[in-house]
Design a protein around this ligand. Structure first.
Ligand code: SF4
Ligand code: SF4
Length: 171
């Protein structure tokens, strides 16, 4: 996927720091009004955490022998819902956006996997199941269905969280 550099939000250190400082200030200033958004962020955290054991197992089964590591060419970044979730759920912020320039690799792609905690990663890094992992999961209909249902629920919660945030700061 080719993406214009301008699409990547907060791609420089100064923009990243400014965005996080502004969001932190806003969330602090509107703390009482943001209770609903925080509750939604906590629900997202819980749903994500429920998926991680399966994701870890899938990675153990597929990644060590992979010859085309997705993180080496993934064109993904932390978007607004990701950043909002990190702040509202009090997850430690990554030091920087995933990549600065078009064509850069994700700065968190380490030789033995991602150097971010699973909660710190953009949601796309959780919901993406590569073909090898999809193949394994499809062999087990119940976990496959549960995973897809959970991912859809998280997507819905993320939209609700963003809407609750917008209502809180504009209301
Ligand atoms: S998730 Fe799939 S594509 Fe990515 S490194 Fe693991 S096995 Fe390879
Ligand atoms: S944040 Fe982690 S999982 Fe996501 S692309 Fe970067 S290295 Fe891969």
């Amino acid at each position: 996927m080719q993406t214009p550099e301008a699409v990547i939000p907060w791609h420089t250190p100064s923009l990243w720091n400014e965005a996080n400082a502004a969001l932190a200030h806003l969330l602090d200033h509107r703390r009482p009004a943001l209770q609903a958004a925080r509750r939604l962020a906590d629900q997202i955290r819980g749903r994500l955490a429920s998926l991680f054991p399966l994701m870890v197992d899938l990675c153990h089964a597929t990644c060590p022998t992979c010859s085309d590591i997705c993180c080496q060419h993934a064109c993904v970044w932390i978007d607004f819902k990701d950043l909002l979730f990190l702040h509202l759920a009090a997850v430690p912020l990554p030091e920087r956006q995933l990549r600065e320039n078009r064509g850069d690799r994700c700065r968190y792609a380490a030789p033995h996997g991602c150097s971010l905690g699973r909660l710190q990663r953009p949601f796309v890094c959780t919901w993406y199941l590569c073909p090898a992992q999809t193949r394994i999961l499809r062999e087990h209909p119940a976990p496959w269905h549960q995973t897809q249902t959970c991912l859809q629920h998280i997507k819905q919660l993320r939209r609700q969280m963003e809407n609750a945030f917008i209502q809180a700061i504009t209301g």
